[in-house]
Structure formats: C-alpha cells, structure tokens
Design a protein around this ligand. Structure first.
Ligand code: PHE
Ligand code: NA
Length: 434
C-alpha cells in the first residue's frame, strides 16, 4: 500500500498538474480534473488493483487468468500488455523530467537561486534543457538508480522512503504556500485555481483532465496492477484506494496553491508549459529565509517522489520478463532500461535539437504524453471498467471489495459512470459532440 502511494504521488502532482492547469486556464480545468478523479479515477484504481490482486501475476497473465475464469477469450490479456508497454513509454519521458529535478538538487544546494531574478532563473532552466548532453546524463542517472532498485527487488527500503518522503514533501509544500501568502498575490493565485471560468477551456481541456486523472493515480500504467498482485487479502481495497486518491489530490492542490501566487507576483505566464515549477519555485527559494536549505530538501524529496513512481513504471515489464521468459531480474532490468533509454533521447531532444520538429504541432515529448495520457490509458481504463463491471462475476468482485454500500456504489460507477464518461469525453475530443 505504501508502494502504491509512492507510485501515485510524484511528478504528476507537483510538476504536471500545475503546468497543465496553467495551460488550460485554471479553475474550470481544476473542477473537471476533480470530477474525473472522483467519478472515473478512483473507481478505476480500485478495478486495476482488484485485477492484480485476484490475478496474482504480472499484468498480462493476471488478465488472462481472470478472463479464462470468467469464460471469455484469453485475448483480454492485451489489456495487461498495453499496461506494461504504457509503463515503458511513460518512463521514457518521466525520467527526463526526474533528471531535471535531480539536477536542481545541485543548483539549489550550490546557492544558484539566492536573490536571482526571474530572468536568471529562466536562463538556468533553459541552459539545462537546452543542453542535450546534460539532460541525457541526468536522465541516465535517474534510470540507472531506478533500474538498480528494481533489479534488487527492494521493497522494505522503498516503503521506508515513502514514509519519510511523503510527510516531508507535504511539509515543504506547506512552507511554500506560507511563502506564497507573503507575495501579495495569494488571493489571485487562489482564485485562478478555484474560481471556474469555463470560457477559458479549450477543445482538448476535457481530454487533458481525464488523461491526468489516469496519469496522476497511476492507472493503466501496469504498476498498480503489479502492486495489486503483491497486496495481501486482509488489506481493504476501498480504504487503500480512497487514501491514495485523497493524498494524491491534496498534494496536487497544495502544489498549485504554492506555485500560482509566485507566477502572478513575478509577472510570469501560467501557461509557460513543462518548465513552470522549475522557473517559479526557485524564485521562492531564492527569496525566503533558509531558502538554500529548504530548496535543496525540496528537490531531494521531489526526486525521491519521482523515483518511487519510476520504479512502478519499470516493475511491470521486469516482473513479466522474469515470470514468463525466465530471465534473471538483472537481465530483464538491463534489457528493458536499454530500450527505455533509447526512447528517452527523443524526449531529451524535444527541448533542444528537435524543438522545431513537430507532429500536429507537438514535439516528440508532447506526442508521447498526449498519446499515452489522452488516448491509450483512458482506452485501457474503459476496457478494465467493462472487464470488472460486466465480465467478472459479482461473486468475484464482491469477494475482493467486500460487501456493503461501498461495493454497490463502486459497481454502479464502474458499470455506468466510468464507461459513459470516458466515451463522452472521447466523442467530444474528436469533435462528434460539436
Ligand atoms: N502517478 C505518477 C505521478 O503522478 C506517474 C505514474 C503514472 C506512475 C503511471 C506509474 C504509472 O507522478
Ligand atoms: Na500523482
């Protein structure tokens, strides 16, 4: 359960949530996101962990076993496959951003932010992402650490890291919110996030909100299904899923509250894109008392949060290769990471030498993000909803969830709200609904 929390809370909350909220105009987007979390994300997180726990194997085999048990085609294992592959693709760009966070530990520790102007801080970020070699090296370091941990199969260390890191991260985010209150723009930032103006949404906002609900809760990335297979029967699924959902949402909202007042106080653009936290938070660390220490600790904890998520992205492929192909964890880990590393170069180059190479107006990095979060993950979510809601027997799902009101609410959501919600959002995104 701690590992699952570690998987959920990561860059999605602190890096991605604020920047996509900024790009999609604030309050109305936050409302859509919260709706997607409550009505689609939480029921699906339950479905995914349930499949893993009942199937007790890596995602493809867990799906296959349950499909055969329910008397349908074993081809349902495709859903497990898609999860493993999605994890692979996600990790290829996740590690690039995690590399930036790690690089910032040293920037913060070396006092690079002290009293710096927003131009200087912007320049610092620009020179990191603009340098393909530096970005590659930091990303490679992240991947090497992730792979080593996955190969060693570390579980206890991971859980201890989560119990220390999570409260620490929350504490520093609260300190940052405290700082934001002194900027004179706190109310402006608060209103930006919580007063919805639906005219600020654009055509793809709803799909982005849906995709982010998947990304931030680690749904359909294979990891939660794999962790589900390690989850003991006595642990309550409902409590686990609600705790993860609440904590994850809390971290994201607090991160937003810390960041947007700084954005407005410094005349920055909320829609600045993936660099948003790397050009706003350093300003705060550069100005607050003890900022050098607090900033260093913050980026250390952010790197840890990213690491526990990265581990859950790599684990599904490695667990499949060891279970089914009989590879050692060492071989499986090295093989998978070599592929991920190659793919990651495309994301590194998206911020420098390939910056101008675009497909449908998107860089390689944006395309991977858009395809996974916007389409592939919601599609496998749809499949998981149909599978647990309509194909698995009620006796089986009830046995996992436990009988009661919670089960009936979940069953209703997973059978109706989740599939209809996802379909409507898809139809809206391809323009069928006007
Ligand atoms: N949920 C993680 C985050 O918010 C990212 C992630 C996605 C991890 C999918 C695992 C699977 O940072
Ligand atoms: Na998250």
């Amino acid at each position: 359960m701690l590992a699952a929390t570690g998987s959920a809370v990561g860059l999605g909350n602190i890096w991605k949530f604020p920047y996509i909220t900024g790009e999609n105009g604030g309050g109305a987007f936050v409302l859509l996101y919260l709706g997607c979390i409550a009505l689609i994300g939480i029921p699906l997180l339950m479905a995914e962990i349930l499949i893993g726990r009942r199937g007790k194997q890596s995602p493809p085999d867990a799906m296959k076993t349950l499909a055969i048990e329910a008397g349908v085609s074993p081809r349902w294992q495709l859903v497990g496959w898609v999860g493993v592959i999605t994890g692979f693709v996600l990790l290829s760009f996740y590690l690039v951003v995690a590399g930036w966070a790690l690089a910032y530990v040293f920037n913060a520790g070396g006092g690079a932010f002290a009293g710096a102007s927003s131009d200087r801080i912007g320049g610092l970020f620009g020179s990191l992402v603009g340098d393909p070699l530096a970005s590659t090296l930091w990303g490679t370091l992240v991947l090497a650490i992730t792979t080593t941990i996955v190969i060693k199969g570390v579980k206890q260390g991971l859980e201890r890291a989560v119990t220390i890191m999570m409260p620490g991260l929350l504490l520093i985010l609260l300190i940052l919110v405290g700082y934001s209150m002194t900027t004179g723009q706190f109310v402006h930032g608060f209103e930006f996030m919580f007063s919805p103006d639906f005219s600020k949404l654009n055509g793809s906002s709803v799909l982005v909100a849906l995709g982010h609900a998947f990304f931030t809760l680690s749904i359909a990335g294979g990891g939660m299904m794999t962790y589900g297979s390690y989850l003991p029967k006595r642990v309550s699924l409902g409590k686990t899923v609600l705790t993860i959902g609440l904590l994850d949402t809390l971290v994201a909202l607090i991160a937003g509250l810390a960041i947007f007042p700084i954005v407005f106080a410094n005349g920055l653009e909320p829609g600045a894109g993936p660099g948003l936290i790397f050009v706003t938070l350093p300003l705060a660390f550069g100005q607050m008392p003890l900022g050098q220490l607090v900033g260093t600790l913050f980026f250390i904890m952010l790197s840890f949060a990213a690491l526990t998520s990265a581990i859950s992205l790599l684990e599904p492929a490695v667990s499949w290769l060891t279970e089914k192909r009989g590879l050692s964890r060492l071989k499986a880990g090295v093989l998978t990471s070599a592929g991920i590393w190659l793919l990651s170069l495309g994301s590194v180059f998206s911020f420098n030498i390939w910056e101008e190479h675009k497909l449908f107006g998107k860089t390689f990095f944006d395309v991977l993000d858009y395809l996974t979060s916007g389409w592939i993950m919601p599609l496998s979510g749809l499949a998981m909803a149909i599978f647990t809601g309509w194909i698995m027997s009620r006796a089986a799902t009830r046995d996992e969830v436990g009988d009661g009101l919670g089960y009936r609410v979940w069953l209703f959501l997973i059978r109706y709200a989740v599939p209809v919600g996802i379909l409507v959002i898809f139809l809206n995104a391809i323009g069928v609904l006007g």
